[in-house]
Ligand binder design. Structure first.
Ligand SMILES: Nc1ncnc2c1ncn2[C@@H]1O[C@H](COP(=O)(O)OP(=O)(O)OP(=O)(O)O)[C@@H](O)[C@H]1O
Length: 318
């Protein structure tokens, strides 16, 4: 993908568009419920996304991420609760759509439109101004300008989806599983484009099942399970909810270490700790003083994957 700021369309003046309310969160979700018949897909969900933030809505399959996003996008009405985007109802299309770019999980482009026609159509529908040339350059689809959507590969369709979301460099970009089906080059390019938009001050909310992407990029994460938050916070706050681990094997005849250990496979021992650095130092100091070799020593910080795995094993969250 090419540069996002090539000067062919002026970036919106964030200060003027704010109308003097820049301290107000871009997205405000308060006690949101989404029900399908008797089924509560989203249960009393409350969170805010601040200006310039990258907020990742993560969770197990069927957790309610897309249902919540659809209300924020203005594509679905809340069963109860309130959602405000730029202080307005997301169904107030005239106020919100020019400022919000959306990449849906599945593209809704007409198969017989060309790539350029699809981008132009979105431009007209959203009221944002930009050029087809610029956005197709961003997603490296220039060579497909006159190709019909039906003839694009799956990854090319995702890139077209992204192109329409960033058309006009909107202040808020909603990305529902943006990198699913993209090769590594296209993923890197997409994130580079997102980074450039954020440098311009754009706010991003996304869902993804690629936890490493969220771990690397999200300012805050809302981790959903069964319609509600399991945890919410920064990556550091989430990983702090589980212990890190130190693993080693003691030689035969070595004294017992000064920390509680649990036996692991093949005679190894594990120390689980919320104080990795301190406990590791304690163990190493003890080993040195006692002349003990800690065989196959490893220390593993808690990862977002671990927090995710803990969801299935924990009792149901009400
Ligand atoms: N139109 C619908 N009618 C009935 N049930 C629905 C509808 N849409 C979603 N659901 C149900 O609501 C729940 C939440 O779905 P949703 O798509 O919001 O989850 P998600 O977190 O985005 O899941 P995934 O990670 O699998 O994409 C699921 O149990 C799903 O089966």
């Amino acid at each position: 993908m090419g540069p996002l700021t090539d000067g062919s369309a002026a970036a919106p003046d964030r200060g003027l568009l704010d109308g003097g309310t820049s301290s107000r969160p871009v997205i405000e979700v308060e006690a949101l419920n989404v029900t399908y018949g008797d089924f509560r897909a989203v249960k009393d969900l409350s969170f805010q996304v601040r200006r310039g933030e990258l907020y990742a809505l993560l969770g197990t399959n069927g957790a309610g991420k897309t249902s919540a996003l659809e209300v924020i996008e203005g594509h679905r009405r809340a069963s109860s609760g309130t959602v405000r985007v730029f202080g307005k109802s997301p169904t107030d299309r005239a106020a919100v759509r020019p400022r919000m770019g959306i990449m849906l999980q599945e593209s809704g482009f007409a198969a017989d439109l060309t790539v350029a026609e699809s981008v132009r159509l979105i431009g007209r529908l959203t009221g944002r101004s930009d050029t087809v040339k610029r956005v197709l350059g961003v997603v490296d689809l220039t060579s497909k300008t006159n190709t019909r959507v039906a003839q694009l590969s799956g990854g090319e369709k995702r890139r077209l989806d992204f192109a329409t979301a960033v058309f006009g460099r909107p202040e808020l970009i909603i990305l529902d599983e943006p990198t699913t089906g993209l090769d590594i080059q296209s993923r890197d390019a997409l994130w580079e484009a997102v980074d450039q938009l954020r440098e311009d001050g754009s706010t991003v909310i996304l869902t993804t099942h690629y936890l490493e992407e969220a771990q690397q990029r999200a300012d805050r994460i809302g981790l959903m399970h069964q319609g509600t938050f399991w945890h919410q916070g920064t990556v550091a706050e989430l990983t702090r909810t589980l212990p890190a681990s130190i693993q080693f094997t003691l030689p035969v005849g070595a004294p017992a270490p000064p920390l509680d250990t649990t036996p692991a496979d093949e005679g190894a021992q594990i120390i689980e700790t919320y104080e990795l650095q301190r406990e590791l130092k304690r163990l190493l100091d003890w080993a040195e003083v006692n002349g003990v070799e800690l065989v196959d020593l490893s220390a593993a910080p808690t990862r977002l994957d671990d927090v995710f795995r803990a969801i299935d094993t924990a009792p149901e969250h009400s």
